[in-house]
Design a protein around this ligand. Structure first.
Ligand code: DGL
Length: 272
């Protein structure tokens, strides 16, 4: 039985990844699930993020997804490994769950010249040390400096990403990161909500420093994965349809999602 690719995030942020997945695989079906009612995840414990993510993955499997992308760095950092190693073999051994940290860490090797890479993420992602571990393991000689930007997700979730007030919070975190190492030439936006603040982030970062969004990286890594796993490629249904679900109010989700995606979408409420 074929099914859609599941895309999960704590809220709206994963839409920044979904948009690139839709561009890369225009005929694939997708189901987007945002746990807006419990967002943000970034300040929650490992156990809570793991439990919430497992519930979402289980629900997406029930909806027929053969493959789920955790389009959320916090969930990728805190829950992915346990789900892959502990839950998947019991729950659905033939299905797959992939995250966003590994492909991003792989891609950064070609992007930085100085080898000094900055990461901005939620407090949870930064505290996990996942980016430092992955990047420094994959690219010996690279050095990662990381800072949390705790206010950025609430700004996006509440629809304030384009507001004047957001400028102060963007600059505060960017300056804190830049002060860590003058050799830094690449900044990973290590949270899928952050591309929604991209114009403000780009304006706060000197031109010589690249600002990397994950959407295109995750999309190209997924295409590569499907090429290497024809059985998974064959399990993806191809109608070019995306359905949107939120654990919060569907009408509010549809309105804000439309702003982020640049077109209207219909959303439905789902309980986890
Ligand atoms: N968009 C998410 C991430 O990539 C989660 C943000 C949050 O819920 O705190 O980390």
């Amino acid at each position: 039985m074929k099914g859609p690719i599941g895309v999960f995030d704590s809220g709206f942020g994963g839409l920044s990844v979904l948009a690139d997945l839709q561009l890369a695989l225009p005929d694939a079906d997708f189901v987007y699930l945002g746990d807006n009612a419990r967002a943000p995840y970034g300040t929650r414990s490992f156990e809570a993020v793991y439990q919430f993510t497992l519930q979402a993955v289980t629900r997406l499997f029930e909806m027929g997804c053969p493959l789920v992308i955790l389009a959320c760095n916090t969930a990728s950092a805190k829950a992915l490994r346990s789900i892959q190693q502990r839950d998947l073999p019991l729950l659905a051994p033939e299905r797959r769950v992939l995250g966003v940290i590994r492909p991003t860490a792989e891609a950064v090797g070609d992007l930085s010249r100085t080898g000094v890479v900055g990461v901005l993420g939620t407090p949870g992602t930064i505290a996990s040390g996942s980016y430092t571990i992955e990047v420094e393991k994959l690219h010996p000689g690279f050095h990662v400096v990381a800072e949390a930007a705790p206010m950025w997700v609430p700004l996006v979730e509440q629809g304030f990403s384009a507001s004047d007030g957001a400028d102060w919070f963007v600059r505060e975190a960017v300056d804190r990161l830049l002060a860590r190492d003058a050799r830094l030439d690449t900044i990973i936006l290590g949270c899928t909500h952050y591309p929604l603040l991209y114009p403000k982030i780009r304006a706060a970062v000197p031109e010589r420093v690249a600002v990397v969004c994950q959407g295109p990286i995750v999309a190209s890594s997924l295409c590569d994965y499907l090429r290497r796993h024809p059985e998974m490629d064959a399990a993806v249904s191809r109608g070019g349809v995306t359905r949107y679900f939120t654990t919060d109010v569907a009408r509010d989700f549809a309105r804000l999602a439309g702003v982020f995606l640049g077109r209207e979408v219909e959303a439905a409420h789902i309980a986890l």
